[in-house]
Design a protein. Sequence first.
Length: 123
Amino acid sequence: MRTRLYAFVKKQEQTSRVKHYSGLPTELTGGKDERIMFPWPHVLMIREDSDSSFLLYRYSKEGHPAGDTWHIDLDDAIDQAELEYEVSPTDWKAIPADIGNPVSFALGLCGGQADRAERRKRL
């Protein structure tokens, strides 16, 4: 089974030096900024990809995507989360293998929007 981890962002909104956007950079749009800033993340997830690289995903309190980044290894993904959101390496927890919707699972643990059927399945 590939690695799947989650952690919660405790840092106050918009205090990170790094910002995540949807859309092309201005260099590719003739100088016009058409990007939309992603919402501040509430939960982070790391997933091992098929090529043994890692993806760091960010999700809002409502479960909406808030950015993602590719990383060469697990330590790099954890370091990036620590840089952006002050999430300690010890804050990361494993997502149980039987969880089909890890975002709902994690948000349910913190009182955010949750997939109740997924939570009941775990009890």
